[in-house]
Design a protein around this ligand. Structure first.
Ligand code: ADP
Length: 541
């Protein structure tokens, strides 16, 4: 009819659809998890909006309903969620606004087959996974608070249509016209199995509709509320996989209940793998806040950004259900929960750091993020410092500051370090020669954040941290291997000649005992460390 509007997909959507449909074929059952997760999110968002807008209130029997229809060969996922207005349909299902999408396409192409399913969740392309099992998808939606409904429809081949529709209440129906080889998703037992596998932890009720009757499919058990002894390792892992769309095993599982002044349950995980989406892209903690089981938000920043790799749930009695966004910033109860949760995570890391090999797994995944805490969190600095690990000029593998201090030479007053862009460049640096020759150990730092934190830490066990590129280090009291006492005749004349040649490009030319094989080295007077100066220059300062 003339009210049907046809739109082309954004160029990237077409490409992405192609990838999702073909690259993930063997794991195509995850489409159901993606659609159910979206439906449950939409209901959570509606409940949250209803706190400030009565028009958005959820109906009392609100559910996610999964309805197979064998005759029509359709599978419908319906929710009573926030819904989508016409512009939302076009924006959310017709374009890919996210900056990570191009990266996703590239990563997906190069990823190992077993890693691919986790990519789909992490990059937020969930809805498109419907096209793995359907050759046509229609989405009818009505935004809460509006009386207009619209239908979006597409065969996933380059374009979609939008037309006005009817829907009695706010919410969304996603209708999948199943492909010939996707009959299994018309079988209620198969759907039931999948929902139990993926969605059991979702607290929104999910039902499979058979002969017009709802059969509850998920238990909605808030796993974190059970006692540890009732939970199997498999259940923890299953929960971990669903909470962060993870496919690996957690490196650490922390489950505890705080009682007394502060009441909350927490179930947190440190992943066993680095996420594909760089942790630099979003620096906020995504740990979910629940109040008496009910999901409230994943934007409460329950952990500081330097622990943003931690995933999971915190559920408390100490906040009202209708906690507003403003309250989330200012309520003292939440501030206390943040302190307690941060302290607990640090205690776990401290205890796990004793097992060097096991801790290396963690450190190689998340060490650079943890280091940010040294300059961002004054209060926690002393707790974080012993958790840091480094490459060193003196030992293989990773070492910590305490071990460095234990190895320090008699008379050595400072912890020496050198920062550069990569570790290989570091090992070859002429800056190290004088230290090597004197048996002085130097920590080799090559992460991005390394230009910033040493100055913030400034000392460890009373020993100052000193960048070896800073001038004024006197090594003369340490004897160098193979050093001869022969007088450096004419050296003053040479220094004067070099000074005259370089003129105003340098502030000074000096002799040094820091070199052995190389003739000259650049040194940063008394100002910032050399690598810091490079960064500041790059930033245009
Ligand atoms: P993601 O869920 O990771 O954001 P999706 O491709 O699954 O990515 O969905 C894109 C967007 O479409 C969602 O962020 C949401 O805004 C919207 N959306 C999807 N499904 C629903 C739904 N059932 N109800 C309301 N909004 C939805």
């Amino acid at each position: 009819s003339e009210t049907v509007e046809r739109h082309e997909f954004g160029a990237e959507v077409g490409r992405l659809l192609d990838l999702v449909v073909h690259a993930l074929y063997s794991d195509r059952e995850i489409f159901l998890r993606e659609l159910v997760a979206n439906a449950a999110d939409a209901m959570d968002r509606r409940r949250f909006e209803a706190l400030t807008s009565a028009a958005s209130a959820l109906p009392p029997d609100a559910k996610v309903r999964i309805r197979p229809d064998k005759e029509a060969r359709t599978l419908t996922v319906s929710d009573a969620g926030i819904g989508m207005a016409k512009e939302d349909l076009a924006q959310n299902l017709g374009t890919i606004a996210r900056s990570g999408t191009r990266a996703f396409s590239q990563t997906l192409e190069s990823a190992k087959a077993e890693d691919r399913p986790s990519l789909i969740g992490q990059f937020g392309v969930g809805f498109y996974s419907a096209f793995m099992v359907a050759d046509r998808v229609t989405v009818t939606s009505r935004r809460a608070g509006s009386d207009e409904a619209w239908t979006w429809a597409s065969d996933g081949q380059g374009s979609y249509t939008l037309e006005p529709a009817e829907r009695a209440e706010a919410g969304t129906d996603i209708v999948l016209h199943l492909k010939e080889d996707a009959d299994e998703y018309l079988e209620p037992y198969r759907l039931d199995h999948l929902v139990r596998k993926w969605a059991d932890f979702i607290t929104v009720p999910i039902a499979i509709v058979q002969d017009g009757k709802d059969e509850a499919a998920n238990q909605g058990t808030a796993l974190w509320r059970k006692s540890k002894s009732e939970i199997t390792p498999e259940q923890y892992e299953e929960f971990y996989r669903s909470v962060g769309m993870n496919f690996d095993k957690p490196w650490a599982t922390l489950h505890w209940r705080a009682e007394g002044q502060l009441e909350f349950s927490a179930l947190l995980f440190v992943p066993g793998m680095k996420p594909f989406q760089a942790l630099e892209n979003d620096r906020h903690s995504k740990v979910r806040l629940h109040v008496r089981r009910m999901f409230i938000t994943d934007e409460a920043e329950l952990l500081p950004s330097w622990l943003r790799f931690v995933q999971g749930v915190v559920d408390t009695e100490d906040l009202p259900l209708n906690v507003s966004r403003e309250m989330l910033q200012s309520t003292p109860a939440l501030a206390r929960i943040r302190r307690a949760v941060t302290g607990r995570v640090l205690a776990e890391l401290t205890s796990r750091a004793k097992a060097a090999e096991d801790y290396t797994t963690f450190w190689e995944n998340f060490g650079p993020v943890l280091k940010e805490g040294i300059y961002e969190d004054h209060e926690r600095r002393a707790e974080i410092a012993p958790l840091l690990r480094f490459r060193s000029s003196a030992v293989e593998g990773w070492t910590g500051l305490a071990d460095y201090v234990a190895r320090m030479k008699d008379g050595q007053e400072a912890i020496y370090y050198l920062v550069a862009d990569d570790a290989d460049a570091l090992k070859a640096s002429p800056q190290l020669e004088g230290f090597r020759a004197r048996g002085l150990e130097v920590l080799l730092l090559s992460d991005h954040v390394d230009a910033f934190w040493p100055e913030a830490l400034s000392r460890f066990e009373e020993k100052p941290l000193r960048s070896i590129t800073q001038g004024g280090l006197d090594l003369s009291k340490f004897a160098a291997a193979g050093e001869t006492a022969e007088a450096a005749e004419g050296i003053d004349a040479l220094v004067a000649a070099i000074k005259a040649a370089l003129g105003a490009d340098v502030s000074d030319v000096r002799t040094t005992d820091r070199l052995v094989d190389s003739a000259v080295v650049l040194s940063a007077g008394s100002g910032p460390d050399l690598q810091m100066q490079r960064l500041l220059r790059r930033a245009g300062r």
